[in-house]
Design a binder for this molecule. Structure first.
Ligand code: BGC
Length: 749
């Protein structure tokens, strides 16, 4: 054990000292304006501001897919019940014009027919682009964006998603998801930036910057909402919205840092975890929602509940005996706005609680102040209306180009035996499997509908994988037999027969579209009909290329050796079919790296930052593919890894350099990853932890020196007392297969 322990004053990602309050205040000031307005509000108006109701409550879809408002109901909500916020899409994506009409009507009623004219704040799930605006750019989901390792691209996609959302008149996005993919069964893995806290922190912060920019009132920016704070992603059972058991150290080491980074990046709203940690529903926890979030992370924005989750405190979690107790618990814990979402029960109940003196006015002042400051920051008091001239910006060709690049950069080549890829032009191909010819599987949940499974709602001009391959290789060279669905065999024999006439088989397997709890599974293995299809095709002796279209890593161990090449496409969005084909034929050199550990077995969960004991004394760390794995059509070699000094002290930065060379004859991009190992520590150290990454592009034979500057804070971990600590001693930096050691010395004494 090392002798000296140094408690850190402030740590960038792990630290517990009050985060960067300045950025947050700068973005969400408006204290004085909110205070002045608050003083004029009556209690009923205040309680109304804290309530959010779903759009379905105020109308319905017409036969042409347009949402038709029931104005009487809307007026009742806004004028009689002083509604502060409305959410969701009323079932499916709408045209930008329909959105503009809806929002305009709401704001007209709110600003012209209520006593103080407070605008509505409309919120929506813009999860991978403005997925509820027809014609919008639907990007790869976050898990695929994390695979790109391209931070600037992440920010750019955030910008486009924001401008397309705001063009519809919607100023508030319920994203980014900052949960981690540490439970591979969880149906929301695809919404995350993978398993690593640092990667999720960097990508999440870039997205927030892209969406919010410097001025939230800009007609191309939206307020972001970090979610689902905190620990939602680690259900013990793997099923959505079920209990997590998280030791304080893991909570702080893994799950908290992305939220800290988001607060530092200036996110102005936060959504609470639907479920519980260690038996404590987050919606009922003052510790999580106030002490940790506001006290420690320095968050100063608005906290919104998740869908019906105040109700769930007495209906599902059973920590409250009735609605009254549930509302009291949640509001006192720190929830500022209730996504009720279907009636005025929260409003009536909270009103009564305040009148009975069970919820103090001070708490209501705080909560409403938080709501109003976000409305001010968004410029809604000045101009709450959609800008008609912005409608044309939705789905711009330049945005499509960014989307295509994102999908291309996400593609992660996991295996490529004997260089079976790229496919030579002129080859005959059999395309098969349930993901071959559908757009829904490329987009999955949060795409035109919640579940994303309505194939007919996707733009027909977009290419499926099959269509994109046909365009590349010529229809006459490409046969297609779907052969199986996800859970049923249709005609495997027909696929086997068709394979006889092909040079290569491209089997597109994976998962159907799903979202949240309906996406629960009880077995991580790829479904049997899909495995069987590949097994039978392998019998033909023709080379097999697997394309994996999936939101979480389904176990494919039984067929890995039967395939010569394997491409992980994740859920790559509307340009995903094109991007897959680009990579298969070599028009694009793949550069994605796995943002999670790809499991080999259903029964073991491994992460890349596991402990040494997991690979010693008869144990074996044996995933299918490691976090950070991803091949290229060219070869990169790493040489001359150097630490600038053999010792690092408190104020130093330690430059680590490495030479990366493209040895091959085609250009390529490479994500250079720096990992750090603490050789000995008072808490068993992980074998390695990702500390930096950088995506570079190299021409054939080109060499670049990549430099990363490590700081003292990078050496920290959450210590025995649950506080960040650096223990001086030996460290090892690792890039590629090389490592270099250095000593950390505390020079303060
Ligand atoms: C999800 C949230 C989402 C909300 C509103 C909930 O079911 O958990 O992520 O923002 O619905 O649609």
């Amino acid at each position: 054990m090392k002798k000296l322990s140094v408690l850190l004053a402030a740590v960038t990602l792990l630290g517990c000292a009050g985060a960067n309050k300045e950025t947050d205040v700068k973005r969400l000031g408006f204290e004085a304006e909110a205070r002045l307005l608050l003083a004029r509000l009556t209690l009923v108006e205040m309680v109304g501001e804290m309530k959010q109701i779903t759009l379905e409550h105020f109308g319905m879809s017409g036969p042409d897919g347009r949402f038709v408002l029931d104005e009487a109901k809307l007026r009742d909500g806004i004028v009689q019940h002083h509604l502060g916020s409305i959410l969701n899409c009323g079932g499916q994506a709408r045209t930008v014009q329909n959105w503009q009409e809806i929002i305009t009507k709401m704001q007209e009623i709110a600003t012209k027919e209520t006593r103080l004219g407070i605008p509505i704040i409309y919120g929506i799930d813009t999860i991978h682009g403005a997925n509820y605006v027809l014609g919008a750019t639907l990007f790869p989901h976050n898990i695929a964006m994390a695979a790109t390792g391209d931070v600037a691209l992440m920010e750019r996609t955030g910008e486009i998603a924001a401008l397309e959302t705001r063009a519809a008149g919607i100023p508030w996005n319920f994203g980014p998801v900052l949960d981690l993919a540490r439970q591979p069964m969880w149906p929301r893995v695809f919404e995350t930036f993978g398993e690593d806290p640092y990667l999720a922190s960097v990508m999440g912060a870039a997205y927030i910057q892209g969406q919010q920019g410097k001025d939230l009132s800009s007609p191309v920016k939206v307020a972001t909402c970090m979610k689902h704070y905190l620990g939602y992603c680690w259900p013990y059972s793997g099923q959505d919205r079920t209990p997590a058991y998280i030791p304080e150290r893991q909570l702080r080491q893994w799950f908290l840092p992305p939220y800290r980074a988001a607060v530092q990046a200036g996110t102005v709203t936060c959504m609470a975890n639907s479920s519980e940690i260690n038996g404590v529903p987050v919606h009922a926890s003052k510790y999580y929602l106030t002490d940790l979030l506001r006290g420690e992370l320095g968050f100063r924005g608005l906290v919104v509940s998740d869908w019906a989750d105040i109700e769930n405190l007495y209906k599902r979690e059973m920590v409250a005996k009735d609605r009254r107790e549930a509302v009291k618990m949640a509001v006192l814990a720190g929830v500022d706005m209730s996504m009720v979402p279907e009636d005025y029960s929260f409003y009536d109940t909270l009103l009564q609680l305040v009148q009975d003196g069970e919820v103090p006015m001070k708490r209501i002042d705080e909560a409403v102040g938080n709501v109003l400051r976000v409305k001010y920051a968004l410029g809604l008091f000045k101009d709450p209306y959609p800008r008609k001239d912005r409608a044309a910006s939705v789905g711009a060709p330049s945005s499509r180009q960014v989307n295509l690049r994102a999908a291309q950069e996400a593609m992660t080549l996991l295996k490529n035996e004997n260089h079976v890829l790229p496919l030579a032009k002129g080859r005959k191909v059999l395309v098969t499997g349930p993901c071959a010819n559908k757009l829904s599987v490329l987009n999955s949940g949060w795409s035109t509908t919640w579940q994303g499974d309505q194939e007919q709602l996707y733009p027909p001009e977009k290419n499926t994988i099959l269509e994109a391959i046909q365009e590349k290789l010529g229809q006459e060279n490409v046969a297609c037999v779907e052969a199986v669905t996800f859970d049923k065999e249709i005609d495997i024999a027909q696929a086997v027969t068709a394979a006889a006439g092909a040079d290569v088989i491209v089997a597109c397997i994976g998962e159907p579209a799903y979202c949240e709890t309906p996406g629960n599974i009880t077995d991580l293995a790829m479904t049997e009909p899909q495995l069987r299809l590949v097994r039978e095709l392998a019998g033909t002796g023709k080379p097999i290329v697997l394309v994996l279209v999936q939101g979480r890593p389904r176990v494919i161990r039984p067929i890995v050796d039967l395939a010569q090449a394997i491409l992980m496409a994740y859920v790559p969005g509307l340009e995903g079919g094109q991007a897959v084909a680009d990579v298969l034929v070599g028009d694009v050199n793949p550069s994605g790296k796995l943002p999670l550990t790809y499991p080999k077995y259903s029964g073991v969960v491994w992460w890349y930052d596991h402990k040494a004991s997991e690979e010693k004394g008869g144990n074996k760390f044996d995933p299918q593919w490691e976090f950070g794995h991803g091949l290229s059509y060219t070869t990169f070699t790493y040489r001359a890894l150097r630490a600038d000094a053999s010792e690092m002290t408190l104020k130093d930065t330690l430059p680590i350099t490495v030479e990366v060379t493209n040895e091959g004859d085609r250009p390529g991009q490479e994500i250079v990853q720096l990992y750090l190992s603490d050789v000995v520590a008072s808490v068993t150290p992980p074998v390695k932890v990702l500390k930096r990454f950088q995506k570079i592009e190299l021409k054939p034979k080109e060499m670049k020196v990549v430099r990363f500057d490590l700081t003292w804070d990078d050496l920290a971990f959450i210590g025995l007392d649950h506080k960040p600590i650096v223990e001086p001693g030996e460290f090892k930096a690792q890039i590629g297969q090389m490592s270099v050691g250095f000593t950390a010395r505390d020079d303060r004494r």
